[in-house]
Design a protein around this ligand. Structure first.
Ligand SMILES: O=C(CO)[C@H](O)[C@H](O)COP(=O)(O)O
Length: 232
């Protein structure tokens, strides 16, 4: 997606921000634009308090003098604005392409509402074309992979599981010091069941399926920004 479209979706989400809000700040190239635009509003006098979902967003927000706090202090948030790798018409999401899924899910779950900003290429009929990021503990990786293989098979996965960043280099480590396994499903026809089965594996810390968490999405296309609302 072009930076212009990312910025347009981000600008639309900024219209939902009210003075005094406790905000969750997402991670990724689309969320970057939201934080950038928010920084400009804060410079103009908007008062908000924010919890970033990654070290990268934390740095960006601090550089822009956006007031930062944490969930230990605030406990709950009013709104989180974040990007997504895929979203369907029920506003179920795949997230974690940037590796921040654990903090993103903790922050979104602590928020009264979550808005996703994305371009129309991220909208899919069925989730799963984008490889599902699964955050796992380093300990017992072989056993975790073995258990995951069984879950992938049961859910008719079209592809395999890949350790992120492992091609000849050190594997990618999340902000929490965990590994990411990317699982190539092709299509995920039973996301709720899959979510439960993944979380039943002890080595799985969290996965990138965000089900029923997003209340609204701003989807940018060359002919404008569409608003999608959660229906149920
Ligand atoms: O989940 C994420 C990071 O963990 C991102 O929100 C997702 O990867 C989308 O990123 P981008 O806006 O760069 O396409």
């Amino acid at each position: 997606m072009s930076d212009t479209l990312k910025r347009e979706a981000a600008a639309k989400a900024l219209e939902d921000v009210r003075p005094g809000m406790r905000l969750g700040l997402g991670t990724g190239s689309t969320a970057w634009h939201f934080v950038d635009l928010l920084g400009a509003r804060v410079r103009e006098g908007l008062e908000v308090i924010c919890v970033p979902t990654s070290e990268a967003t934390d740095r960006q927000a601090r550089d822009l003098s956006i007031p930062i706090s944490d969930l230990d202090t605030l406990g709950a948030l009013d709104l989180t604005v974040d990007g997504a790798d895929e979203l369907d018409s029920a506003l179920n999401l795949i997230k974690g392409g940037g590796g921040a899924l654990l903090r993103e899910k903790i922050v979104a779950a602590a928020s009264a509402s979550m808005i996703v900003i994305a371009d129309s290429s991220k909208v899919v009929e069925t989730l799963g074309r984008f490889p599902l990021p699964i955050e796992v503990n380093r300990f017992g990786l072989g056993a975790t992979r073995h258990a995951l293989d069984g879950v992938l098979k049961k859910h008719g996965a079209e592809g395999e599981i890949r350790l992120r960043g492992a091609d000849g280099r050190e594997p990618f480590l999340t902000d929490g010091g965990h590994l990411i396994l990317d699982a190539f499903f092709g299509r995920i026809s039973q996301p709720e069941a899959l979510s439960r089965e993944l979380l039943d594996i002890p080595g799985v810390v969290q996965h990138g399926l965000f089900l029923g968490m997003c209340s609204k999405a701003y989807v940018a296309a060359p002919d404008g920004v569409r608003t999608l609302l959660k229906t149920n």
